[in-house]
Ligand binder design. Structure first.
Ligand code: SD4
Length: 348
């Protein structure tokens, strides 16, 4: 198919039995990011090569140029692991590697300097989801998310209680702060806590640090642009794995938004927002401005478009366009794959 060959030709290399593609493509909206980024790579794909049909299974796709994550997931499948295992290990690889500083420990310190993690994993056969948000002092967030599926009847655990659950499941308590996250934090303090995510508070959050409070008389200023967010602080891993029999699994892992207000949870651990998997249709995952994306459930919507027969690239495009109608300055990306192994992406 035209779409796939375009992706594959955007820097494809052969790797073992699989075909690997790294793509920068997207569409009209992509131009903005392209200008801001050097060599943008927003999708890595591992797919069985040499198939006669246009698409082939299994396929592993993930956001950004996190190739090692895709390789790890691919290897898990080759060794007979499940699609869920592949997603867990693939995203877990990024947590170990601290991919782009946006996944795992030591990245995106919040306003108190602490790194906290959000992750989810979804089984497209059973529609079970395990997720953790605002997870503290535990590194392997997606591993803990998987345990939520395996050992609880819940879907999402948060904060210190999620950490306690993790310890009960055998994960060690570890300090997620590093020299690097400390220095990002102290630089931010030294520049009067700019940028930050507050608005309409006193003292003026565009000029000084908190603590902030509500003003006596509210004068709503125009919302500050989200210029504080950039591709440099939003590189979540989102992964979709479709096994040889069409079983779909998906997952995400992130340390969220740098300088976030403590307690903030983004889209990544929210089913349908960060990712979605349905073995009767396909899978999708998102990266970007989670505070906006979680209002639109783009991953769910993209999967539903694919269920109706929409091409994956078009499905991704439609959900991004819908968000842009309400939030013109929105930036983010969605990756999509259907159960035949066709895949696509779009970003704004
Ligand atoms: C968030 N969506 O917490 C995540 C960040 C992200 O690529 O996707 N970065 O808002």
């Amino acid at each position: 198919m035209r779409r796939r060959s375009r992706l594959v030709s955007a820097g494809a290399v052969e790797a073992g039995p699989g075909r690997v593609a790294m793509a920068a493509g997207g569409g009209g909206g992509g131009r903005r990011w392209r200008r801001r980024m050097v060599a943008p790579l927003l999708l890595v794909v591992f797919q069985l090569a040499g198939a006669a049909s246009a698409a082939a299974l299994p396929v592993v796709i993930n956001t950004w140029a996190f190739r090692k994550a895709a390789e790890t997931a691919w290897r898990v499948l080759q060794l007979g692991g499940s699609e869920l295992d592949a997603v867990e290990r693939g995203c877990g690889q990024c947590e170990i590697d601290q991919c782009d500083g946006s996944v795992g420990y030591g990245g995106s310190p919040d306003e108190s300097g602490e790194t906290t993690l959000d992750a989810m994993i979804m089984d497209g056969n059973t529609m079970e989801v395990g997720a953790v948000a605002d997870l503290r002092r535990v590194k392997n967030a997606i591993g803990v998310a998987r345990k939520v599926i395996e050992y609880t009847k819940h879907t999402l655990l948060v904060g210190d209680s999620a950490s306690l659950f993790a310890v009960r499941m055998g994960f060690p308590y570890e300090d997620l702060t590093t020299q690097k996250s400390l220095s990002v934090y102290s630089k931010w303090l030294n520049q009067s806590c700019q940028p930050n995510y507050w608005k309409n508070v006193v003292p003026d959050s565009s000029k000084s640090c908190g603590p902030y409070k509500r003003p006596e008389k509210v004068t709503c200023k125009e919302e500050q642009t989200i210029s504080q967010r950039s591709v440099h602080n939003h590189d979540t891993i989102g992964m979709v794995v479709i096994g040889a029999s069409g079983t779909v699994a998906s997952g995400t892992s992130t340390n969220g938004a740098v300088h976030k207000i403590p307690g903030r949870v983004g889209d990544s651990p929210i089913a349908g927002a960060g990712s979605y998997a349905d073995s009767t249709a396909g899978g999708a995952a998102a990266t970007g401005d989670g505070d906006t994306m979680m209002r639109f459930l783009p991953s769910y919507q993209a999967v539903e478009y694919m269920r109706m027969g929409t091409d994956p690239t078009v499905a991704c495009q439609k959900v991004i366009s819908r968000i842009q109608k309400y939030v013109p300055k929105f930036f983010g990306a969605v990756i999509c794959a259907n159960t035949t192994g066709s895949y696509g992406m779009y970003f704004a």
